[in-house]
Design a protein around this ligand. Structure first.
Ligand code: NIG
Ligand code: FE
Length: 412
């Protein structure tokens, strides 16, 4: 049946400027095929809707979760590096010794496209089970034409197989590949003259990202890449101010990038630039936690400048081996002091903004029917609880793609 009527439900619409969480109690919501077609109080539900009725018994329905920053596709793992960090080595030291990102590049180059799909599929399943209905996936472990394309094709395949929306991002400027050691200019040229045009032509990525850092690429190098990417019509994103202040966020703002991500070392000037350009601040508590960082992003300043804040998992084998966006909601509150409402907006409304998607992220008539039904008694319980299973039902494009047992048999 193409029409579904969700009833006896509390809606976390996440519509801004409304009540906290855009809360609508004792509500109803109607979907038709892939769209939300009606939202309101149960008492106002028009009686012309005919469809499957889903009684939610006072559970909470939110927009589907959106993970706007991941490196979900990669070969191998970095357990050895994890153990080295436990005994005192830093992320930068490991990278300088040729480990870190480059060790994943080696394993990713050795893997076939199917290997990459298979290993990433398991990780994706963990995100989906919790309620993720849209996920961004970056390349950046291939670092040559063949292998970057292999990663982006694997991302596309994952989207087709999983049924959720995979948004691919090209991250050629992630690290300098070994064959270009000593020839930074040559690698930038390869990105600009060969990689970007072919990725644009084959429509393999929506956005272009880079790692603007002293162990990554400089402000000027990123500026050259952004100039070329803009001409080809790509949206932009940037790993900025994770380990030091390179004024990457200012660069991102200058190019009207969708987002600047990480931001532990973000300066006040850059915040004002981000506000002007509408660039979203994507915070990644999993990387902060894993690297045992001690500087938190300037949340209070972002808040008072009204820069939208999104939260991502940064799922990657090195700095954030995280397979739970739910845990990031908790960490965003506990580690970064976001309010529970800000944290949920970070993985719904603002995560959609960080990907330039205006058809999702809130519960509103006309938007996509991507939703999660939660087994909670208060909206803040989504941030408060660590672990456990709060997901009752996941709805993607109007179809129930996951349901806990009591909802499976339709015994409402
Ligand atoms: O977002 N900082 C750069 N990129 C990733 C880490 C990638 C890796 O260590 O493999 C990040 O933290
Ligand atoms: Fe990242």
């Amino acid at each position: 049946m193409s029409t579904k009527i969700w009833i006896d439900v509390n809606l976390l619409t996440m519509v801004e400027g409304d009540k906290p969480f855009g809360l609508l109690e004792d509500a109803a919501l109607v979907t038709n095929n892939k769209q939300i077609v009606w939202v309101g109080h149960k008492s106002n539900l028009p009686d012309h809707f005919v469809g499957e009725i889903i009684y939610c018994k006072g559970s909470y329905l939110s927009p589907g979760l959106i993970d706007c920053h991941t490196h979900l596709i990669y070969g191998g793992n970095r357990i050895d590096e994890f153990e080295k960090r436990l005994t005192g080595a830093s992320y930068e030291e490991i990278a300088a010794a040729g480990g870190g990102i480059l060790s994943t590049v080696e394993a990713t180059r050795a893997a076939s496209e199917d290997d990459l799909v298979r290993t990433a599929q398991k990780r994706l399943a963990a995100f989906m089970k919790e309620g993720v209905t849209t996920i961004e996936i970056k390349s950046g472990y291939g670092l040559d034409i063949v292998n970057e394309i292999k990663m982006l094709r694997a991302a596309r395949k994952l989207g087709n197989i999983s049924g959720i929306d995979v948004i691919p991002t090209f991250l050629g400027a992630h690290a300098l590949p070994p064959e270009y050691s000593g020839d930074r200019t040559g690698y930038i040229k390869l990105i600009i003259e060969e990689m970007l045009p072919i990725i644009a032509k084959e429509q393999l990525a929506d956005a272009v990202d880079g790692f603007c850092e002293n162990i990554g690429f400089t402000h000027q190098e990123m500026e050259q890449i952004f100039t070329a990417a803009t001409k080809l019509g790509f949206k932009l994103k940037l790993h900025a101010e994770q380990l030091s202040d390179q004024k990457g966020a200012t660069l991102a703002a200058k190019f009207n990038a969708l987002s600047a991500d990480h931001l532990e070392y973000l300066s006040t000037d850059s915040i004002l630039e981000m506000k002007k350009s509408g660039t979203v601040a994507v915070l990644l508590p999993g990387a902060y936690y894993t690297l045992r960082d001690t500087i938190i992003p300037p949340v209070e300043k972002l808040r008072s400048a009204q820069v939208p804040i999104a939260i991502g998992s940064d799922c990657n084998p090195g700095s954030s081996p995280v397979l739970s966006l739910k845990l990031m909601i908790n960490m965003a509150t506990t580690l970064f002091r976001l309010s529970p409402e800000e944290a949920l907006a970070g993985v719904t409304r603002n995560a959609a903004k960080a990907l330039g998607l205006d058809d999702r992220g809130i519960l509103k008539k006309g938007l996509k029917a991507d939703m999660v039904l939660w087994d909670i008694e208060h909206p803040a319980e989504l941030s408060y609880q660590i672990g456990g299973d709060q997901t009752l039902m996941v709805i993607k494009d109007g179809d129930v793609t996951f349901a806990r047992n009591k909802y499976k048999s339709g015994q409402n």
